[in-house]
Ligand binder design. Structure first.
Ligand code: SDX
Length: 434
């Protein structure tokens, strides 16, 4: 990656009457940043930023979010345009390489991914070690981490070609692993990849086909699945992507880094929110119970929060949520589902919340997880698979960010500091004196 940050200003910091100058860098769009890398060396002070609300962990050229405008760009292209005109594999190429592929590049990339969709047959034995009632995210997290035990032939992260092979393997095998986890959890046999199908068609077939009968993919449903994958592909330095980068900064192998990202995404405040949101909508049950839950969400003494609402960066409508809502209606129409109580509750809840001062003042809007559970449920997935689907799509964002970090010569091992408020030095006391 060619570093493009440039100093455009200088900040002055005065501590105990002494003035320190700190460079201010600007990127191509978005807020400028104060370089504090030398702060401790010159002032003996750290910065304090729990949750990294005002901290850039890296320079990046992959994804940009303007939270106030509700804008999301993948390599400069608006998410709405990619969701409308692109495919998940074409978007994957864009995220990794920085440009939309030519026809020849697209065909080569698609062929490469398609040829890596199968899993080493011994992974079947690995899967059979899981309890039948294991959560699919547990199986996916464990299996991704285990891939370095099966694909250890190309793990030299300093070698571009070997990094490419690992990235292709992860993008290609994630749907096979996700589908395998689903089939295992419902006691159905593995459906092997079908290389005559597109990425999303193949995934749907591996999930919903059974050996006992033919399975024909519904093109409208496959298109919706592909769109959902595009929406979830990348999102700047979110918690799971930052986890992948931190693991990668130590030189860990790509499968270990992506497994760390899967683990972090699982949390209900992050990728687990889609599962939590549908469970919340089902718990609300009827439109007339919405006020009760909205009151709980506003009560600072109640830990309950509206799942699928709010975002660290978006202080406007999450653009992905708008596309997701449209996709939800299209899928329900295609499937002939005229009556969806959870959708009715979601739309009414959104209307109430967006007119309530508590949410308006805090700029809390629906995020990508608010509608995704409804459409995924309509597609036939159980709630336990929702975060698996998020991880499947985000794998390309994780590997793109991991690769960018390894190509960035300014990168170092991540090692945050702390503000220590624990015990000062004291001497050991033997047990008979305590
Ligand atoms: C994802 O980072 C990413 O990019 C993530 C993601 C991606 O693509 O990678 O976009 C995917 O994780 C989307 C977010 C999914 N999570 C949820 O839907 C869970 C519910 N949302 C909240 O937990 C919360 O909004 C977060 C975690 C998303 C953001 O938390 P922040 O930025 O730390 O915000 P905060 O907790 O400081 O909230 C600010 C205020 C607080 O009230 P006050 O203390 O000021 O009185 O808003 C309130 C919060 O209590 N608040 C909510 C709320 N979210 C924030 N109140 C009720 N319901 C909510 N959902």
């Amino acid at each position: 990656m060619e570093n493009k940050i440039k100093q455009t200003n200088t900040a002055q910091l005065i501590i105990d009457g002494k003035t320190y100058e700190l460079p201010i860098y600007s990127g191509s769009i978005g807020p400028s940043a104060i370089d504090v890398r030398a702060l401790h060396k010159h002032t003996g002070h750290f910065t304090f930023d729990i949750g990294y609300t005002s901290t850039c962990s890296t320079e990046s050229q992959i994804t940009f979010i303007d939270g106030d405008k509700g804008q999301l760009l993948y390599r400069g292209y608006p998410i709405e345009q990619l969701a409308e005109h692109s495919t998940f594999l074409e978007t994957s190429y864009l995220l990794i390489h920085g440009e939309l592929p030519t026809k020849a590049q697209s065909e080569k990339f698609t062929k490469t991914i398609t040829n890596h969709t199968m899993l080493h047959e011994q992974i079947e034995t690995f899967f059979n070690g899981f309890r039948r009632d294991a959560h699919p995210m547990a199986m996916v997290c464990g299996t991704i981490g285990a891939l370095s035990a099966f694909y250890h032939d190309n793990l030299d992260i300093e070698d571009n070609a070997q990094r490419d092979i690992s990235m292709h393997r992860l993008i290609a095998k994630m749907p096979t692993i996700a589908a395998r986890a689903y089939k295992y959890s419902i006691g159905q046999p593995t459906i092997y990849p079908d290389n005559s199908l597109s990425y999303s068609e193949n995934f749907l077939k591996m999930c919903f086909a059974v050996p006992a009968e033919d399975y024909v993919v519904n093109p409208i449903i496959a298109d919706a699945m592909d769109k959902i994958f595009i929406l979830h592909a990348d999102h700047e330095q979110n918690a799971s992507t930052s986890t992948v980068r931190l693991a990668g900064s130590s030189g860990a192998n790509p499968f270990a880094c992506i497994a760390a990202g899967v683990a972090c995404l699982w949390g209900p405040s992050h990728g687990g929110a889609n599962e939590a949101c549908l469970n919340m909508l089902k718990e609300i049950g009827t439109v007339d119970r919405i006020p009760e839950f909205v009151a709980r969400a506003k009560d600072s003494n109640d830990p309950f929060r509206l799942m699928g609402f709010g975002h660290r960066v978006y202080k406007n409508y999450d653009p992905r949520a708008k596309v997701m809502q449209k996709t939800t209606h299209a899928v329900l129409k295609e499937l002939g589902i005229k009556d969806s109580p959870v959708l009715d509750i979601a739309m009414e809840l959104e209307k109430i919340a967006l007119n309530d001062p508590y949410f308006v003042e805090r700029k809390l809007y629906p995020n990508v997880d608010f509608y995704s559970g409804i459409v995924l449920s309509a597609l036939g997935f159980p709630t336990s698979m929702f975060t698996v689907l998020f991880a499947l799509a985000r794998t390309v964002g994780w590997v793109s960010q991991w690769n960018e970090m390894l190509e960035d010569n300014t990168q170092r091992i991540g090692r945050p500091r702390q503000l220590y408020t624990g015990a000062t030095e004291r001497n050991y006391i033997s047990i008979n004196k305590r």
